[in-house]
Design a protein around this ligand. Structure first.
Ligand SMILES: Nc1nc2c(c(=O)[nH]1)N[C@H]1C(S)=C(S)[C@@H](COP(=O)(O)O)O[C@H]1N2
Ligand SMILES: [Mo]
Length: 213
């Protein structure tokens, strides 16, 4: 798809990224940034931004949903979670494994969230480095953000810097603070589609597709 056609309608109506960015924004030196993958892995690894760019690039145009009842469908480029985990020799079919994500963090601390690994991989969860054909802006989690389109956005960490493969299904930042569900599966409810400027009722659970609108 041509870069110029990757736009999100009514993007100016989207709720502010900064408002939902608990630890706040901090510029990250891309030369020093690493994605660390450790825990229940075959090989503990540290990937550079260039390492990620050298993996097969994937494009996904899928809908995200915030627990605050808005949703948006955008254009994401990046890599498949499974392709990255293959480099670390992770047995992501093991149903007992979870993935704890941690953000790069600021003086205010870091944001964490833990997701069920095998389910995320089955849903083609991704690590995105571009949105709407552009490098991720700071408030969008530059340089990399995790996205599982079957889960509410609070399960998807922006400015991700580490992935721990673990058997502990830990409670995350927002779950602790606001009592959100640890599973984070998108629930049947009425949501607002920012990009369509209308409400819709989702009667399934998990990812909201165009058929649900
Ligand atoms: N590092 C980090 N990632 C985060 C958050 C956060 O506070 N810190 N908030 C989450 C929540 S609740 C939402 S709604 C989305 C917002 O993503 P957006 O900037 O694309 O709107 O980021 C998610 N990822
Ligand atoms: Mo959110």
């Amino acid at each position: 798809m041509d870069v110029n056609t990757k736009t999100t309608p009514f993007l100016n109506k989207k709720p502010s990224s900064l408002r939902y960015f608990q630890e706040g924004v901090v510029p990250i030196d891309i030369e020093k940034w690493r994605l660390r993958i450790f825990g229940e892995v075959g090989d503990k690894i540290e990937l550079t931004y260039d390492d990620l760019l050298s993996l097969p690039k994937i494009y996904q145009n899928r809908r995200n949903v915030c627990v605050c009842l808005w949703s948006i469908k955008r254009h994401w480029d990046g890599v498949l979670l499974r392709d990255v985990l293959d480099l670390a020799g992770v047995d992501y079919d093991d149903p007992k494994l979870y993935m704890k994500q941690l953000s790069y963090g600021t003086r205010k601390g870091a944001y964490d969230s833990t997701v069920h690994l095998a389910s995320a991989v089955k849903r083609d969860a991704m690590l995105a480095y571009m949105v709407d054909g552009q490098e991720l802006p700071l408030e969008q989690g530059h340089p990399l953000r995790f996205i599982d389109f079957g889960l509410y956005l609070y399960k998807c960490v922006k400015a991700i810097s580490s992935i721990e493969i673990t058997r502990n299904f830990e409670i995350g930042y927002w779950e602790e603070y606001a009592g959100y569900n640890k599973n984070g599966i998108i629930q049947p409810k009425k949501y607002y589609a920012v990009d369509l400027q209308r409400k819709f009722f989702f009667d399934g659970d998990g990812e909201v597709t165009d058929h649900d609108l």
